[in-house]
Structures are given as C-alpha cells and as structure tokens.
Design a protein around this ligand. Structure first.
Ligand code: SF4
Ligand code: SF4
Length: 171
C-alpha cells in the first residue's frame, strides 16, 4: 500500500460528491470533527474511490470505521452537552433553594424581632397608669394617717408618714 499521492482520481468518481482523499487524511489525523464536516456520514461505502486509487488505499474500510468513530464521538458530545445542561439546572435549582431559605430566615428573624418588640411594649407600664396608682396609694395613706391621728395611734402615724414620704421620694 502506497501513501496518498494526491492524484485526485478518487474525487470525480464519488457518487455522493465527497472528497475521499480529504476524508482519508482527516481520519488519518484523528480529526473526527473535520471528517464529520466533510460529510463522512454520507459515504455509502460503494468502493468507487478505492477502485480508482492508484495507491490501493483501503478507503472504504477506513470510511466505515470512521463513521462508527464519528457516531460515538457525536453521541459522547451530546451526552456531555446533556450533562452540562443538567448540571446547570441543578445549580440553578440549588441557588433558588438557597435564596428561598435565606428569604425565609430573614422573614423569621423579622417576625421574632417584631414579637420581642411587641412583648417589650406590653411589659412597659403606661406613665399615666403609674401616676394614677401612686395617687391612689397616697390618698389611702393620707386617709389612714387621718384615722390614726384621730385615734391617737402615734406609732402607726409615724409609720404611715414614713411610707408617705417614701412614696413621694419614689415618684
Ligand atoms: S466509498 Fe464513499 S467516499 Fe468512496 S466513492 Fe463511495 S461514497 Fe464516495
Ligand atoms: S485516488 Fe488515492 S492516491 Fe489519488 S488522491 Fe485519492 S486517495 Fe489519494
């Protein structure tokens, strides 16, 4: 078997209009993408090119073998593209889940803060209410003092006076 001498005898005899010499070269170089682009899939393995080749190159057998290689290569490429697409989908779904979880956590935090604030407000006594309670205590003490004074209970009077003073200091 001689190398391709580039005589071009194989080109005009191809019923599919292919360039057998270029196809053979592409396959020899392992360039499946080029062989595919040159239309290797359309080769019908008719042997016309091989029969006219002065170098007796095994063109037909090589083209059949090449078709199988290109097919597997194309399938592998499609699988890789599908894997990449699925990986992209998984990434986007994960991002969406993370964003949703983050939004949920923020909302829960906001609600906890609002609840804490609401409880603090509920615990804080109103100023008017405190004043009214002290006024009532003061009035009660004064009534008790008047009674103690009328009944001559000096000890009670002294105690009630101290309590009234303390209440006045606290206000
Ligand atoms: S074997 Fe293929 S490349 Fe060769 S002549 Fe036939 S169809 Fe064309
Ligand atoms: S006929 Fe054979 S030697 Fe001539 S170009 Fe085609 S493959 Fe090459």
């Amino acid at each position: 078997m001689m190398p391709c001498i580039h005589c071009g005898a194989c080109v005009p005899v191809c019923p599919k209009g292919l360039w057998p010499n270029q196809l053979y070269e592409a396959l020899a170089q392992g360039d499946l993408a080029r062989a595919d682009a040159l239309g290797l899939a359309r080769c019908g393995a008719c042997r016309a090119c091989q029969d006219h080749c002065p170098s007796a190159l095994p063109l037909t057998a090589r083209f059949r073998e090449g078709q199988g290689q290109v097919l597997r290569w194309t399938e592998a490429k499609a699988r890789a593209a599908e894997d990449a697409r699925q990986a992209g989908e998984r990434y986007e779904a994960r991002e969406a889940r993370l964003q949703a979880a983050e939004a949920e956590a923020l909302e829960a935090k906001r609600q906890r803060r609002a609840e804490a604030q609401r409880r603090a407000e509920a615990r804080r006594p109103a100023k008017g209410g405190t004043d009214a309670r002290r006024d009532a205590q003061r009035a009660a003490l004064q009534r008790a003092m008047e009674k103690a004074q009328a009944e001559g209970r000096e000890d009670d009077l002294a105690r009630l006076t101290a309590a009234l003073t303390a209440l006045g200091d606290a206000s």
